[in-house]
Write a protein that binds this ligand. Structure first.
Ligand code: GLA
Ligand code: ZN
Length: 689
C-alpha cells in the first residue's frame, strides 16, 4: 500500500496549527508580530485563517479590506507557516442582515431570527448565495496562487435548518422531484391516510413544526434529507468559484462527529479531505477515561473511513478546556499529548486547535487556546502544545499512511433519524443507537482490532466481520447486499430492531426483519418488549463454540423472536412469558453466518461475543500481545513503513509485553524496545522498526 499524498504537496509532514483570528487583533500590531514568534516556538506549521472575518473583509457593502489579510499571508509565509484559508460564510456582518433580512433563519416555530450568533443563515436565500460566491471568488483570485495557501476551509460547522418561505418552496420542489410530481405517491409513502392528513397538492406541504405537523415519519425523514441536500447545494455554491479559480487547492469543511442534523455520509464526496472538531469531555465522573477514549476513537475511525482510508484532519481540539460545557474541566497533565496522538493513531494527518490566542472579550474569552491572555510561553497550555509540535515533527513519516480494517461497525444517520422518531418502543428520550454502536466498537477497540465505520451504502465486501446494530431501516438493496456479505464468508452481527421499515419509514409487510431478511437471519420477530428497569431478565447461554458461558443480564429492550428450522439458538431468555425463547441465534448462510442478538445486553455479553467472533474470523490486533484495560493499540502503514501507537488511557501505569523476538524503535526517545514496556498513566509510545 502506497502512502497517500501529504497535505502539503511535496512536503511529507503532519500539520500542527489551528484557528487563527488575527482579524480580532488588528488594533494590536505587537500581538500580531508576537503571534508568529510564538507559533515557531510551538512548532506550528499551519494556521486556519479568516473563519469569521467577513466584517473585517467587507465592513460595508462593496467596501473591501484585504490589506490586513495580505499582511497575515506574507508574515506567516515568511516564517514557513502554511495557511488554510476559510470562507467567511459562517457568520455575517450586521449590514448584510440589516439590508437583506431574508438571510436570517426562520426557526421551526416560524419565527424569523434577529442578526447575531453564527451558522444561522438561510440555506436557500439567493442573495446570500450570491454574496458568498462573490466574496469566495475574491478570496480565490487574491490568494489562490499564494504559496502559503494549502487548503480551503469552507464556512464553519455547517448545521441547523431554516423554515423560511424560500426554504419551504425549495422543500416542496425537492418533494416534487422525489415523488415525480405525483402527490398520491407522496401520500402513500408518507401514509397520510392517517388522521386525515392526505394532501391534494404539493403547495399544502409545510416543513415539520411543533405548531403544525410532526407525526408523519416519512415527512420528518424527507425534511432531514432535504436539509442535508440543501446544505450540500449551499456548499456547491461556495466551492464553485474556488475550484474555477484554483482547481488544485483542496477543499475541506469541519464536521462535528455524531452531530445529528446532517447526514455526513452524503457530505463526504463534495470534500477533497474530511476533517472534524474533537471536544471530548475527558476526566468525567460518569465513565472511565478509556471509555471516553474509545468513543473518540470511533469518530476518528469514522473520519478515516469516510474517504476509504485517506488521512483526515483533526481541525479543532482544545489545548486545555472548552467554554460551553456545564463543567469545563482542564485536561490533566499528559492528556493533551495523548489525545492529540490518538487522532494521529487513527488516521489524522493533523493536530489543530481552536484557537491560537484567547480573545479579549465575548463568549469565547475563557475557551482554552494556545496563547493565554498572559501572552507568554510559560504556561501549561502552551508547553503542552509545544510538546505535541516536537513529537509531530519526529513523526513526519506517518503522514499519508493509513489503517486497513477487516472489521466494521455500521453507523447510519438516516437509520438513527428513523429510530429516534418511532413511538411504541423503549425510552423515547434516548433510543441508544449511538451507544449501542459504541458498545460493539468498544469491544473491538479494547482488543486492538482495526475497525472501519460504514453506512448502509458502503461496500461490505472487504470485511470479515460486520456489526450492524439496530438496523431498523433497510434502504433498497441493503438486505440483499448483507446477505451476499454472509454468503461470501462474512460474519454479520445484527440485533433487535433490525428490518422494521423501508427507506420512507413504512413498515415492511409480511414480518420483521423485512425485505427478505427473515431468511437471512433465520428468524421472525414477533414483538418488541420495552421493559422497566425492575423487570430483570437474563440471557442463559447454551452450549456453544464461541466461549460464552453462564448468564448475562439484559437491558430495556427485548424482542420475542421465533427461530426458523436450522437456526442455532445459542442463548435464551431466563424469565418472563418468553423464557426459553432465543436471545442469541446463528444462521449459517453460504460460507458465512448471521448472528442475531434479540435483546439489549450489557458490555460483558458484547465483549465475550466479540472474542468468539474474533476467533471465528481469525481477526487479530496488529501486534499479538495482551492489552491491559485502558491500553489501546493501533497501526498505520504505507510504502513499506509501519507505525504502532501504544496509548495508556488509564489512571495507572500499565506494563505490556511486546511480541517475542520483535524489536522496535521508540520514535520519540530513539530507544530500542523489546519485551516488557512500561506505559505510565496517559503515556503514548509510537513505535517503528
Ligand atoms: C466549534 C467552533 C469554533 C469554536 C469551538 C469552541 O468547534 O467551530 O469556532 O467556537 O467550537 O469549542
Ligand atoms: Zn430559508
Amino acid at each position: 500500500m502506497e502512502k497517500f499524498a501529504p497535505l502539503i504537496p511535496g512536503n511529507p509532514c503532519l500539520i500542527h496549527g489551528g484557528d487563527y483570528n488575527p482579524d480580532q487583533w488588528l488594533g494590536y500590531p505587537d500581538i500580531l508580530k508576537e503571534d508568529v514568534r510564538l507559533m515557531k516556538v510551538a512548532g506550528v506549521n499551519s494556521a486556519t485563517v479568516a473563519i469569521f472575518a467577513w466584517a473585517a473583509l467587507e465592513p460595508r457593502e462593496g467596501e473591501y479590506h484585504f490589506e490586513w489579510l495580505d499582511k497575515v499571508f506574507d508574515r506567516l509565509w515568511k516564517n514557513g507557516i502554511h495557511i488554510i484559508l476559510s470562507t467567511p460564510s459562517g457568520a455575517r456582518p450586521a449590514w448584510m442582515d440589516e439590508k437583506y433580512p431574508e438571510i436570517n433563519r426562520v426557526d421551526e416555530k416560524r419565527v424569523r431570527h434577529l442578526h447575531g450568533g453564527r451558522q444561522n443563515h438561510c440555506l436557500t436565500s439567493p442573495i446570500y448565495r450570491q454574496k458568498v460566491r462573490e466574496i469566495n471568488r475574491m478570496l480565490a483570485e487574491r490568494y489562490g496562487k499564494h504559496p502559503a495557501l494549502m487548503m480551503w476551509h469552507i464556512s464553519n460547522e455547517y448545521s441547523g435548518e431554516c423554515h423560511c418561505p424560500l426554504c419551504q418552496e425549495a422543500f416542496r420542489n425537492w418533494l416534487r422531484n422525489k415523488y415525480d410530481n405525483d402527490i398520491e405517491k407522496l401520500n402513500h409513502e408518507w401514509w397520510t391516510y392517517f388522521w386525515s392528513h392526505r394532501f391534494t397538492s404539493f403547495d399544502q406541504i409545510e416543513s415539520p413544526s411543533p405548531i403544525g405537523e410532526g407525526g408523519i415519519h416519512g415527512m420528518n425523514l424527507d425534511w432531514k434529507r432535504f436539509v442535508t441536500d440543501q446544505t450540500l447545494d449551499f456548499m456547491r455554491n461556495e466551492i464553485a468559484p474556488l475550484k474555477e479559480v484554483c482547481p488544485d487547492i483542496p477543499v475541506t469543511s469541519n464536521y462535528m462527529g455524531f452531530y445529528n442534523g446532517l447526514n455526513y455520509w452524503k457530505m463526504v464526496d463534495i470534500l477533497d479531505r474530511v476533517c472534524w472538531d474533537n471536544y471530548p469531555g475527558w476526566h468525567n465522573p460518569h465513565e472511565k477515561t478509556w471509555e471516553t477514549a474509545a468513543d473518540v476513537a470511533f469518530v476518528h475511525d469514522m473520519n478515516r473511513s469516510f474517504k476509504a482510508g485517506k488521512p483526515f484532519l483533526m481541525m479543532e481540539s482544545t489545548p486545555s478546556k472548552v467554554n460551553w460545557g456545564d463543567v469545563n474541566k482542564v485536561k490533566r497533565p499528559g492528556m493533551h499529548l495523548l489525545a492529540s496522538m490518538q487522532a494521529i493513531a487513527h488516521g489524522s494527518d493533523s493536530v489543530q486547535y481552536f484557537q491560537w490566542r484567547k480573545g479579549r472579550g465575548a463568549s469565547e474569552k475563557f475557551h482554552g487556546a494556545v496563547v493565554d491572555h498572559y501572552g507568554r510561553e510559560d504556561t501549561m497550555e502552551f508547553q503542552g502544545v509545544a510538546s505535541v509540535g516536537k513529537l509531530l515533527q519526529k513523526l513526519s513519516g506517518v503522514a499519508g499512511t493509513t489503517t486497513s480494517a477487516q472489521a466494521a461497525v455500521l453507523y447510519d444517520w438516516e437509520n438513527r433519524w428513523a429510530i429516534d422518531d418511532f413511538q411504541g418502543g423503549h425510552n423515547h428520550r434516548d433510543r441508544g443507537y449511538v451507544n449501542t454502536c459504541r458498545a460493539h466498537y468498544r469491544a473491538l477497540w479494547k482488543r486492538g482490532i482495526p475497525t472501519d465505520i460504514v453506512s448502509e451504502d458502503s461496500d461490505f465486501s472487504g470485511y470479515k466481520l460486520l456489526i450492524a446494530p439496530m438496523l431498523y431501516m433497510l434502504r433498497p438493496g441493503v438486505a440483499k447486499r448483507l446477505r451476499e456479505f454472509a454468503e461470501q464468508g462474512g460474519r454479520l452481527v445484527l440485533t433487535y430492531l433490525t428490518g422494521y421499515v423501508n427507506e420512507n419509514d413504512l413498515c415492511f409487510l409480511g414480518g420483521f426483519p423485512g425485505d427478505g431478511m427473515m431468511e437471512t437471519v433465520g428468524l421472525r420477530t414477533e414483538e418488541l418488549d420495552a421493559v422497566y428497569p425492575e423487570d430483570e431478565n437474563s440471557a442463559v447461554v447454551k452450549e456453544n463454540d464461541l466461549g460464552l458461558q453462564g448468564t448475562y443480564a439484559l437491558g430495556d429492550v427485548r424482542e420475542i423472536v421465533h427461530p426458523a428450522e436450522g437456526t442455532e439458538v445459542l442463548a435464551v431468555y431466563e424469565k418472563d412469558f418468553y423464557a426459553g425463547m432465543p436471545v442469541l441465534t446463528r444462521n449459517q448462510v453460504g460460507s458465512g453466518a448471521v448472528y442475531y442478538i434479540a435483546a439489549r445486553t450489557g458490555q460483558d455479553f458484547i465483549d465475550d461475543l466479540t472474542d468468539g467472533l474474533l476467533k471465528e474470523t481469525g481477526l487479530t490486533a496488529p501486534l499479538e500481545m495482551e492489552l491491559p484495560e485502558g491500553v489501546s493499540l493501533t497501526m498505520r502503514e504505507g510504502s513499506g513503513e509501519k507505525y504502532y501507537f501504544l496509548m495508556n488511557f488509564s489512571e495507572n501505569t500499565k506494563v505490556v509485553t511486546l511480541p517475542q523476538g520483535m524489536k522496535f524503535r521508540d520514535i520519540d526517545s530513539d530507544e530500542l524496545l523489546e519485551g516488557q514496556v512500561e506505559l505510565q498513566k496517559y503515556a503514548v509510545k509510537v513505535l517503528t522498526f
